[in-house]
Design a protein around this ligand. Structure first.
Ligand code: P53
Length: 474
């Protein structure tokens, strides 16, 4: 047997791509609410459009999403039918603190998540909860400038204290920041930052420092409240390959990987790595650090490392080659050995095994794959069925790679949650038609549809995978 008996099979989601109910239950406005579908989405997530209001001609898919807010019982029952051991979801910060800087939380928001967790427990599904998944109250951007303001640490700390206390005994696994490295690429979505040319990198690194301190504080508070809580960091991972065996390409690939590892170096080892300190000095982006920050980071490393994996990346030392990149927030060259999804994301199952090994070699902490999957167009057949063999194929190959990493390479892996286990709004494109789910949701890119749920072919396949604990992948 390769997968441990307590291996956590399941699926992953995030509040704003799932919940809807954006103005219900006392919820405040969040950055993710005002990011439209369409041509302005990418510039907006990248912090290039400085607005915090709705614009009339735009379509905002996050407002309704797939209405989990009202349908969570039905959805969790479907997860249970598949045999989920865990369900990854995130907290909408502005449900708990509508503006973000209040002293007292919003009881209605707390109650919503309590109900969701209790519903999970009913089926022995362990919640895996991301504290912030691209989610920050708009008020904290307007009044404080987002994560570049040190006061955000205090507000986040308050949020954590409330969550860990209220959900003690209900939630064991917490993740501090989703894809913490996304801040380098999509700073508005990741940290509520607008890009301003002069201070761009300096502001980013200041925000990063605040998030890293906040993450360590979360770990500290969690362990004080309940020592059995496991806190993890979360990285958008995927190793970078060198375009050729030219040592210059190889070194460039190493540097690219460090852009992501930098975060985990701090969160898992507890200190800024030398290469990052030197770089920040050289580039004049060294953040202001306060007394006590260093000790806090050192004393509160994470318990495990989680990451998303969709693809490997490819880079070259030649800037001309790197000019032609493929469609993702994480730039990559086209790898001639790989095929790609309809959105240009290159498919590389062995890359998952490579990534698992690299991260495990570097940190020797338990790992958790909390996102993996294929965004694809689905067709509903005349009889209502959805024959998503391409999705099954993608997942099968990645599960095999993960199995090899455990069985042959000895990687310590806690679990696997596929992204968008139920169809939801795409973070990158705002589309509904970029589907990842085992469960189909009847809704299109423009908000039309009944929101009705139905089971795809992959639903029955994944159920079998879980019930055989990863042995039956056919
Ligand atoms: P979508 C790229 C761009 C934006 C978010 O992405 C991303 C990535 C890929 O690393 O990260 C995660 O929906 C994210 C999820 C997101 C998922 O990738 O653009 O944590 O919120 O939905 C898939 O296809």
């Amino acid at each position: 047997m390769s997968f441990p008996n307590n291996f956590l099979w399941g699926g992953a989601t995030a509040a704003n791509q799932l919940e809807g109910g954006w103005n219900e239950g006392g919820r405040g406005l969040a950055n993710v609410d005002i990011i439209p579908h369409g041509k302005n989405r990418v510039p907006m997530t990248a912090g290039l459009i400085n607005t915090l209001d709705f614009d009339e001609g735009e379509n905002y898919p996050g407002l309704e999403s797939i209405d989990f807010y009202h349908r969570y019982k039905e959805d969790i029952a479907l997860f249970a039918q598949m045999g989920f051991k865990t369900f990854r979801m995130s907290i909408g910060w502005s449900r708990i603190f509508p503006k973000g800087d209040e002293l007292e939380p919003n009881e209605e928001g707390l109650l919503f998540y309590e109900n969701v967790f209790k519903e999970c427990k009913k089926y022995n599904i362990e919640p895996l909860v991301t504290i912030t998944h691209f989610d920050i109250p708009v008020y904290l951007i307007k009044e404080y400038g987002g994560w570049k303001n040190r006061q955000l640490i205090e507000f986040y700390e308050r949020l954590c204290r409330v969550l860990f206390t209220r959900y003690k005994g209900l939630v064991k696994y917490w993740l501090t920041f989703n894809e913490i490295n996304i801040i380098l690429h999509l700073p508005f979505m990741g940290a509520g930052l607008f890009v301003d040319k002069e201070t761009e990198m300096k502001g980013k690194y200041q925000a990063i420092h605040h998030e890293l301190v906040a993450s360590a504080l979360a770990t500290k508070i969690a362990h004080e409240i309940d020592p059995s809580i496991m806190v993890g960091c979360m990285l958008a991972a995927g190793n970078t390959y060198a375009y050729s065996c030219d040592p210059k390409d190889v070194f460039k690939a190493l540097q690219k990987d460090r852009e992501g590892y930098f975060f985990v170096d701090v969160q898992a080892r507890g200190e800024y790595p030398k290469y990052a300190l030197l770089q920040m000095e050289r580039e004049d982006t060294m953040p202001i650090m306060e007394q006590g920050d260093k000790e806090l980071l050192k004393e509160n490393p994470v318990d495990f490392i989680s990451f998303s994996y969709y693809s490997s990346r490819l880079t070259s030392a030649d800037p001309l080659k790197n000019g032609t990149t493929e469609g993702n927030a994480f730039e990559t060259l086209k790898n001639p050995y790989l095929t790609a999804s309809d959105w240009g994301w290159q498919i590389d199952p062995l890359g998952l095994r490579i990534t698992l090994n690299s991260i495990y070699d570097r940190y020797q902490k338990p790992l958790f794959i909390v996102e993996n999957g294929l965004g694809a167009y689905d067709t509903v057949e005349a009889d209502g069925s959805i024959q998503d063999d391409y999705r099954i194929e993608y997942l099968r190959e990645h599960i095999k790679a993960m199995k090899d990493a455990i069985e042959i390479d000895g990687v310590d892996l806690l679990g696997y949650t596929t992204w968008g286990c139920i169809d939801l709004v795409s973070a990158g494109s705002g589309e509904m038609s970029k589907r990842y789910g085992f469960i189909y949701v009847d809704k299109d890119d423009y908000g039309n549809g009944t929101l009705e749920r139905s089971k795809k072919k992959s639903f029955y396949w994944y159920k079998k995978v879980i019930s055989s604990n990863g042995e039956d992948l056919n």
